[in-house]
Design a protein around this ligand. Structure first.
Ligand code: PLP
Length: 409
């Protein structure tokens, strides 16, 4: 296989940089390229492959449901759809008043949440509508026009102006939220950990303050759990670390384990905002997708993988601390969503060197390497990770020395 990159460069849309490898097979936390090289996958499809690759539960769920009933349109219900809705309500703790809308991706889940916010803005007060929607600077909520408007990265928005109006971006501080909040705010969108921005944590107490302030002003608190959900951070959902109840959460990535599916889960009164004709999706919530997501979440629950994420995260951080590289400043994140902060803007070099060493990672920004392995990993994978990451860091340190660049002491 020598010409796959040429094929990719000729045939695929130019929306991304060059593809880094051609993968042909996966098993557990391992991937194989077309030349038979084996890689340890500590990116997990960006927090998607919760059970790793080709997990028997995933494989069986796809095969069994595909052989039974894949799709019938949303004029009808199916048992897997109802089962997944009930499961998500239980795991999110909505109680009986919660409701679930199914989509095919994270951006579509956030589009539904955006429409929910608009409905709330129109309906909650007839004398003073709520035109304002608050989101955080550097937040990432998706690539569609609606979710791009919610995404606090001006450089991403610039080529696609004008944006959907009404969204204001705040610094990620409680003071900034206090200053911005009033009775004309329909909703605050927030990620528990800003994954795409570089695995950035919120300040201590932020979600509790956000809950108090949105409640006081009648605004919705909408939490984007697309990257942090499905057990990734050591709780089922990131907001659960804060002990609060949001008005809505959005899900995708890890709930499907590799099958494209997303969801909006609403709590309490927010569950009564949509009415017939206000939203929909042809594929969303079809029997095949919901059966697979139910099986994935069922396996996460039965195998204790939320607890595993909680325990293995600190173990990986300890392994990284043990490498004692002058490049590594420390780690951020929670559970198995980890950002390794570097002292130089060489994250892309570290990711390339890691791939050379048989380890798949990702540069969340110039100076942060993102780690989001399958929730199934154990001692063997963590030992392999530490060895390969050490090799990668050393290669980058040596390259910096060779170019006379300063290696931090
Ligand atoms: C990945 C991601 C999205 C977008 O999901 P897609 O499935 O790529 O549309 C939205 N929000 C967050 C926090 C994400 O990590």
């Amino acid at each position: 296989m020598t010409d796959w990159l040429e094929d990719a460069q000729r045939d695929l849309v130019l929306n991304a940089g060059d593809r880094m490898a051609l993968f042909v097979r996966g098993e557990g936390a391992w991937l194989w390229d077309a030349d038979g090289n084996r890689y340890l996958d500590f990116l997990g499809g960006i927090a998607v492959n919760s059970l790793g690759h080709a997990h028997p539960v995933f494989v069986e769920a796809v095969a069994a449901q595909a052989a039974t009933l894949a799709h019938v349109s949303n004029y009808f219900a199916t048992p897997p759809q109802l089962e997944l809705a009930a499961r998500l309500k239980r795991l999110a703790g909505t109680g009986t008043s919660g409701r679930v809308y199914f989509s095919n991706s994270g951006a579509e889940a956030n589009e539904a949440a955006f429409k929910l916010a608009r409905l709330h803005g129109a309906a909650s007060d007839t004398t003073a509508a709520r035109p304002r929607i608050l989101a955080l600077k550097e937040a990432f909520h998706g690539r569609t026009m609606g979710t791009l408007a919610l995404t606090g990265k001006p450089a991403m928005q610039a080529p696609f102006e004008p944006m959907v109006p009404g969204v204001e971006f705040l610094d990620s501080t409680i003071e900034a939220l206090e200053a911005a909040m009033d009775d004309r705010v329909a909703a605050l969108f927030v990620e528990p950990i800003k994954g795409e921005a570089g695995v950035l944590e919120l300040p201590e107490g932020y979600l509790q303050a956000a809950r108090a302030l949105t409640t006081a002003h009648g605004a919705l608190l909408i939490i984007d759990e697309i990257q942090t959900g499905a057990g990734r951070t050591g709780e089922w959902f990131g907001f659960q670390h804060a002990g609060i109840t949001p008005d809505a959460i959005t899900l995708a990535k890890g709930i499907g384990g590799g099958f494209p599916i997303g969801a909006l889960v609403t709590f309490g009164a927010a569950s009564e905002l949509f009415y017939p004709g206000t939203h929909g999706s042809t594929y969303g919530g079809n029997a095949l997708g919901t059966a697979v997501a139910s099986a994935v979440l069922g396996e996460i629950e039965q195998a204790g993988l939320v607890e595993n994420a909680r325990e293995r995260g600190p173990q990986i951080r300890a392994a990284i601390a043990g490498i004692d590289s002058p490049l590594v400043a420390g780690c951020r994140g929670a559970g198995l969503l980890i950002g390794v902060a570097l002292r130089r803007p060489v994250a892309k070099d570290v990711v390339a060197a890691a791939q050379q060493a048989g380890l798949i990672l990702n540069a969340a920004n110039d100076s942060t390497v993102r780690i989001a392995p399958p929730l199934t990993i154990g001692d063997v994978e963590i030992d392999e990770f530490a060895a390969r990451f050490t090799t990668a860091l050393q290669a980058v340190e040596e390259a910096l020395l060779a170019t006379d660049a300063e290696v931090p002491a």
